[in-house]
Design a protein around this ligand. Structure first.
Ligand code: CU
Length: 621
């Protein structure tokens, strides 16, 4: 059976290579109108915004429904250009990309360029109702994605409710032309995008969960480059394969695009050397496995130094929920590392013995604690030493009380989540527009620097009266160039402690410390790494623990900050950071582009309509 699948697999790989080629040169695929739009944009940018120093690339993304058969079920999902995962963007550091997004789907969508700092330009950042309103069906919008100091692997994804499940793809940022990697040049590279798959309509299941306030739907399988792999039903023939030559070294560019799952990953018989993460270099970490949170990317070197054979590359969920929460997706997603050469396929493909088990909190923390920035002359760090603004932010689950216990969550109440006891509510127009045009009553600016009440955050049996957050559209405003430290503290409210991948738009930040239990303001800072902490856009706040980050507010604009588990984001574990202008043109928000999608709620997804309808009164508080 395995031998008979080889041809199909090679076809898949050839197709991917062709797809890459097409998207790289998609300027030639554009019609006359699109070409005119692009040329006009190009002229505008050359005349008015001489920011682009590298090469300018154009991509054409068409959002459209596409049928796929996975896990024995055929269904239609929204894609970019009909592919899952979507097309790869490939640039050099310093380049600029214009992506023209045409929405041929049924509902409003936005795209986000995850980990790209977008200096002074939140207008192209993407999260719906934060920096723009959705691109309506039939409409199009052009994003300008400016790569400055990012280098390595990042990704793009939809930022409209959970549409990113199938609307995402990798971004490869090579060193500047003429520059080299800070490690031996790999012989070849392979992009591996990890995602999740639902057999049923995920949107309908999610909508139902949001109506009733119950837990959100769990996926049926994880995928590597769109394929669940050998161990899942009806998936044998399409298992993704990475073909390798003995003795060569390969760079794996990995993206965790799964909606709600931290993932462990390992390759049978092969060591991994992690050299980069979130578009920045790391001191090499030799390890048998990695743990990647949703939103994170990782660059890993693997040398093909074992006997000619097949080896499973496998991932499974790291579920940091309570031990008695067992309804998570237990699937083991596999791809095959397959040596080229003359040999008989093995009867049994070895599975990675080092792949940690689902509930292995220790394995997750042990790996995360090893991350260090490369911190060399060519790739220096600039860790803020003198903090001017400190924040202590609780990341909590909670409930909203439903009359007569009529909802579907715990105690018959509605499940929600919060940051410092505020549960985010999307406004009716985007925050960026409201800020830029001074439109009042869209948001308030009283997001607290510290929690309103103090308690044993990670204690057992916390009182129910602290489990009900306040709903609202509450943001935090920073002055330009403030030096900020945020300690994220996970809580055990409603006995629902979990690891939280906290993600900040518009910035990368240094993770100077983390630990288990309640943060100790006297002793924990003594253990901070202010020398070579990892520089990332998403930090894994450990279950019932804390993580401290530092950054300088040098990117003016409106920037979303949220948990990258989409169910926590949807339930309200989000806020917005507004960074004020710095007094000069070069330190101020750029003016908006000539066209932004209008805020017509009738075109947005039905899910958001439900949320808006329910919480409209609290928005305007
Ligand atoms: Cu979370």
């Amino acid at each position: 059976m395995l031998r008979s699948t080889a041809l199909r697999c090679e076809e898949t790989q050839d197709f991917r290579k062709k797809a890459k080629y097409r998207t790289s040169y998609c300027f030639g695929d554009m019609d006359v109108f699109q070409t005119q739009v692009f040329l006009r944009l190009l002229a505008l940018n050359v005349l008015l915004l001489p920011l682009a120093r590298g090469t300018i690339h154009f991509y054409n993304f068409v959002l459209k429904e596409q049928n796929f058969t996975k896990l024995c079920v055929t269904k239609s999902v929204l894609t970019v250009n009909g592919s899952f995962p979507g097309p790869e963007i490939r640039v050099h550091k310093g380049d600029t990309v214009f992506v023209n997004v045409h929405n041929h789907g049924y509902y409003g969508v936005t795209l986000h360029w995850h980990g790209v700092k977008q200096p002074r330009n939140p207008w192209s950042d993407g999260p719906e109702y934060i920096t723009q309103c959705p691109i309506s069906p039939g409409a199009n919008f052009t994003y300008e994605v400016q790569f400055t100091n990012e280098e390595g692997t990042l990704w793009w994804h939809a930022h409209s409710d959970w549409t990113r499940a199938t609307v995402h793809g990798a971004i490869v940022i090579l060193p500047k032309e003429g520059a080299t990697y800070p490690y031996p040049k790999p012989d070849d590279e392979e992009v591996l995008v990890f995602a999740c798959w639902y057999k049923e309509s995920m949107r309908e299941l999610l909508e139902l969960a949001m109506e009733t306030g119950s837990d959100t739907p769990r996926s049926d399988a994880y995928t590597i480059n769109g394929e669940p792999g050998d161990m899942c039903a009806c998936s044998n023939e399409t298992t993704y394969r990475v073909l390798v030559d003995y003795g060569k070294t390969y760079l794996l560019r990995m993206v965790n695009a799964a909606l709600n799952a931290d993932l462990f990953f390992s390759i049978a018989g092969h060591n991994l050397t992690v050299v980069g993460m979130d578009g920045a270099y790391l001191k090499p970490i030799d390890t048998a496995y990695v743990m990647m949170t949703p939103g994170q990317t990782m660059d890993i070197l693997v040398t093909a130094n074992q006997s000619l054979s097949y080896y499973y590359m496998a991932a499974r969920q790291y579920s940091s929920d309570r031990l008695d929460v067992t309804n998570y997706d237990h699937s083991n997603v596999t791809a095959i590392l397959q040596y080229r050469g003359n040999y008989s396929a093995p009867e049994k493909i070895p599975f990675p013995s080092a792949l940690p088990s689902y509930k292995d909190n220790v394995a997750a923390v042990v790996f995360t604690d090893r991350l260090r920035s490369l911190a060399t002359e060519e790739h220096p760090v600039n860790v803020p030493q003198n903090v001017t603004t400190r924040m202590f932010v609780l990341a909590s689950m909670g409930v909203l009380i439903c009359p007569n216990s009529s909802c579907g969550g715990i105690y018959g109440d509605r499940l929600v989540s919060s940051l410092n006891n505020f549960s985010w509510v999307n406004p009716s127009i985007d925050i960026l527009q409201a800020y830029y045009r001074n439109i009042s009553d869209i948001y308030s600016t009283n997001f607290p620097d510290f929690p309103g009440i103090l308690y044993n955050f990670t204690g057992d049996d916390l009182p129910l009266n602290i489990s009900v957050p306040t709903k609202g559209t509450v943001v935090k405003v920073f002055d330009f160039n403030e030096t900020i430290e945020i300690v994220f503290q996970g809580t055990n409210i409603i006995d629902a402690a979990e690891a939280h991948p906290m993600h900040l738009h518009g910035y990368a930040f240094y993770v100077v410390g983390s630990g288990i239990g309640d943060f100790d303001v006297d002793t924990d800072p003594l253990g901070y790494n202010l020398v070579d902490p990892p520089y990332v856009n998403t930090v894994a706040v450990p279950k019932s623990g804390w993580a401290a980050i530092r950054f300088v507010a040098d990117n003016p604009g409106v920037w979303y900050m949220h948990c990258h588990l989409d169910r926590h984001m949807t339930w309200g574990m989000d806020t917005v950071f507004i960074v004020k202008d710095g007094g000069t043109v070069a330190t101020s928000l750029r003016p908006p582009p000539a066209y932004m999608p209008p805020c017509d709620n009738s075109t947005s997804s039905r899910l958001i309509s439900i949320l808006d309808r329910e919480s409209h009164s609290s928005i305007m508080r």
